[in-house]
Design a protein around this ligand. Structure first.
Ligand code: KMH
Ligand code: ZN
Length: 282
């Protein structure tokens, strides 16, 4: 099996500072999270940003500060969110791509999201992908439902996406596909050959989905964006969630990838030194 890539989504857009004291609101706090999760064994960070009051922002300057803070503390692969928060415009969501992060997410279809709708029409997806091409950013395909894989194949036919790709199954969102091992197996079976994949189980399904992925040879996403608890009623830090997955991988005899090993597995051209030099000014 390939070495395990542990991605951490520490912030998200739905969490509030009232729910957990461990939410990284400032770029400095995000840099500190980057240091602790790297020490615990993570190789990639999925980035959302907040204003100082905890509200969501996709402002380019704030993402630049976050990128710099993360890079000053770690050699993690930096992956920006283009999903942002419900209600952000597609242009706002795509604007941060001008900073040329190594990777960014592309959600491959519209999905109910609690009582809201997370909108990802074909025009929205095409717009984000065109910006990714313009700035040389590799997509991670976010799959909330099985039809999202069909949408991705359609984008491939249009020449906007290439397979094999790196795919993240986000399972257990109310409105998306349930986080079950059966669903995960169905999704993995439906992947085009050569893809790498990870799974992000939502809420209490984060741990069982991670354990299934560890056994299946997939990769794992953990972090407070998807789950704030270590166990029932006990709040987690991001580093604790990583450390647990790393311990489980060790028990299984599965090595854990360093960021540069993960870059190799994901076909990322850029190496950690010099990434800053590729960052365009906002
Ligand atoms: N906050 C969700 C509406 C992504 O980061 O690309 C979308 C999201 C997906 O978190
Ligand atoms: Zn996200």
């Amino acid at each position: 099996m390939d070495p395990l890539i542990v991605t951490v989504a520490p912030v998200g857009a739905e969490l509030t500072p009232e729910q957990t004291p461990h939410l990284a609101v400032t770029p400095k706090a995000l840099g500190e999270v980057a240091r602790t999760i790297r020490e615990a064994g993570a190789s990639m960070i999925h980035v959302h940003c907040r204003n100082d009051d905890g509200s969501n922002t996709h402002e380019v300057g704030r993402f630049k500060q976050a990128y710099e803070a993360i890079r000053s503390q770690s050699d993690l692969i930096v992956q920006f969110s283009t999903g942002g928060a419900i209600g952000m415009s597609p242009e706002e969501r795509a604007s941060v791509l001008q900073l040329r992060p190594e990777m960014a997410t592309l959600t491959c279809g519209t999905v109910n999201f609690g009582d809201d709708v997370f909108e990802n029409s074909f025009p929205i997806m095409r717009g984000i992908l065109k910006k990714m091409h313009e700035h040389g950013v590799k997509p991670e395909l976010e799959i909330f439902d099985k039809g999202h894989l069909t949408n991705a194949r359609r984008l491939e036919k249009e020449g906007l996406l290439e397979f094999p790709a790196h795919v993240d199954f986000v399972l257990g969102v109310p409105g998306g596909l349930d986080a079950t091992v059966q669903n995960l197996c169905d999704l993995v079976d439906a992947l085009p050959p050569g893809c790498t994949w990870s799974v992000a189980g939502i809420g209490r399904m984060q741990l069982p989905m991670a354990m299934a992925a560890l056994a299946m040879g997939g990769h794992v996403r953990v972090g407070l964006e998807d789950n704030i608890y270590y166990s029932k009623g006990r709040l987690a830090t991001n580093a604790e969630l990583v450390a647990r997955v790393v311990r489980l991988a060790e028990e299984l005899g599965r090595p854990v990838a360093t960021p540069d090993q993960a870059r190799e597995l994901l076909g990322l051209a850029r190496k950690s030194p010099g990434i800053e030099a590729t960052m365009a000014a906002p």
